[in-house]
Design a protein around this ligand. Structure first.
Ligand code: BTN
Length: 243
């Protein structure tokens, strides 16, 4: 499926912009790439700050918006994470790992954040317009004020640029979204497991419960063995961290 490519120097947030358009009734498939975001957003209402260096933009920030009608939405964020991780780190050593539901980590430091939102375009309730926002740390950045110490692509690819990474990440991502729409999370389950950052580790859920992470299920749910038994966590509103 085709999409329009738009590149802007500055915007509040590429996700916010595509959600605005969808809500206003414009479901055109778009790849919106921004050099800088002034109000980048993360999951759970958190801000997403890009590394600030005017001379050399040190992050890649884009959103892909397109109408989608999968039978089941569960696991989309994980499938997106798998695709981006494999593009940034195709090696079998898999240094880029996946932190459920869709952060990318290197040694427990955050490399990529993904924010997926959906809108029901006016007058068309059958389809939803999905906005897949991706922020990649490309160059070094300060850790100040961040919950997680950052990782960046130039650690292992010193010459990588945001533009070149965009070309590597987007085509497989479009294919992955298409595959997900047709076949759901199943084609991604093993690939997620191969890079699962939490599997076998003690984790703490945002409600304070702790348990042992036993990986993800076929629908992308997080499996955590707690004192009450095996919990299947589907809500992405919950935050999980290793202890
Ligand atoms: C997270 O880590 O919680 C998700 C961060 C997602 C950041 C990307 S950058 C491009 C797109 N526009 C936004 O405002 N957010 C996403």
């Amino acid at each position: 499926p085709g999409f329009v490519v738009e590149r802007v120097e500055e915007i509040d947030s590429t996700n916010t912009e595509l959600m605005r358009r969808a809500r206003a009734g414009d479901p055109t498939p778009v790849l919106l790439v921004a050099e800088r975001q002034t109000a980048g957003r993360g999951r759970l209402g958190r801000p997403w700050q890009s590394a600030q260096d005017a001379a050399q933009p040190a992050s890649l920030t884009f959103s892909l918006g397109l109408p989608l009608a999968p039978k089941d939405w569960s696991g989309l964020s994980l499938a997106v994470g798998v695709s981006v991780a494999e593009s940034l780190d195709p090696s079998s050593s898999a240094r880029v790992r996946l932190k459920w539901p869709n952060d990318l980590w290197v040694d427990d430091r955050k490399l990529v954040g993904i924010l997926i939102e959906t809108a029901v375009p006016q007058g068309d309730a059958a389809q939803r317009y999905v906005v897949i926002g991706v922020g990649v740390n490309v160059g070094p950045r300060e850790a100040e004020g961040l919950r997680m110490p950052p990782a960046w692509v130039q650690e292992w690819r010193p010459d990588a640029t945001p533009g070149e990474l965009l070309l590597e990440v987007v085509p497989p991502l479009v294919a992955a979204v298409q595959a997900f729409a047709e076949r759901g999370f199943a084609p991604f389950a093993e690939r997620f497991a191969a890079r699962d950052a939490l599997q076998g580790r003690e984790v703490q859920l945002s409600d304070g419960t702790t348990g042992l992470c036993e990986g993800v299920g076929w629908g992308g749910e997080l499996l955590v063995r707690t004192a009450d038994g095996l919990q299947s966590i589907t809500s992405s509103d919950i935050s999980v961290r290793p202890r």
